[in-house]
Write a protein that binds this ligand. Structure first.
Ligand code: ZN
Length: 141
């Protein structure tokens, strides 16, 4: 088995797994259950490992790379573009825990059961590296 991607949330890991399964590649997500118990454990176990059989690794990597290159569409089916350079090469992820403020906010959200994946959504432009929120992108559109 070969790890072809590492994810920090279950949704992205499963979306990638579905892409591979649509192309009849058997894929497994390692450390899925420990992260399902508590999303903060993703950091501890080094993320969710998407693994495939070694003979499928090259094809799986190409399929995922192709999928990652396609424009990001929101629920409204509008293509998200970068607020700075207007590129469509956007990567969706979660705000990393960069500082103590975001760390304590995450702990607070967890204990008050208000951990919302939506407000932690972050987007990164693959062209100019700008990190922005959906709100900032909507202001432009
Ligand atoms: Zn940009």
């Amino acid at each position: 088995m070969t790890t072809i991607r590492v994810y920090h949330n279950l949704i992205d890991a499963h979306l990638a797994k579905v892409v591979l399964e649509q192309h009849e590649i058997l894929a497994f997500i390692f450390d899925e259950h420990i992260v399902a118990i508590n999303p903060l454990y993703a950091q501890t176990v080094g993320g969710l490992k998407l693994m495939v059989h070694a003979q499928d690794a090259e094809r799986a990597d190409k399929l995922l790379a192709q999928n990652e290159q396609s424009p990001y569409k929101g629920i409204d089916n509008k293509t998200l573009i970068c607020p700075r350079c207007e590129s469509e090469h956007i990567e969706a992820n979660f705000h990393p825990l960069k500082d103590w403020k975001s760390f304590w906010q995450t702990i607070k959200d967890f204990f008050t059961l208000s951990f919302q994946t939506d407000k932690r959504r972050a987007f990164t432009c693959r062209v100019c590296d700008l990190e922005f929120s959906k709100y900032e992108a909507d202001l432009l559109n």
